[in-house]
Design a protein around this ligand. Structure first.
Ligand code: FES
Length: 83
């Protein structure tokens, strides 16, 4: 049976925060160790880490902002203007 967040007995303020965005990377409070599909691990000791969710990063699993060129604009499927 999967656990729910309310099953976690950690004291308030001690849980690692993950920020999920509709478009763009997943922001995770660091340091983090990420296990990749092939079983290798990568590590970052940054205060906050941007994990790529679009799979277009050349530095996967880290976001390199490649998602910006392919993000649909606010009104539909057209690409957003580049920065
Ligand atoms: S989410 Fe930024 S490059 Fe993939």
């Amino acid at each position: 049976m999967p656990s729910s967040p309310s099953d976690d007995a950690r004291p308030p303020g001690t849980a690692r925060r993950v920020k999920v965005q509709r478009r763009g990377p997943m922001l995770v409070e660091g340091p983090v160790e990420v296990e990749l599909e092939d079983g290798t691990t990568v590590f970052s000791d940054r205060f906050q880490v941007a994990l790529c969710t679009c799979r277009r990063s050349r530095r996967f699993p880290w976001c390199d902002t490649s998602h910006r060129a392919r993000t649909p604009g606010p009104g539909g499927d057209e690409p957003a203007a580049k920065d």
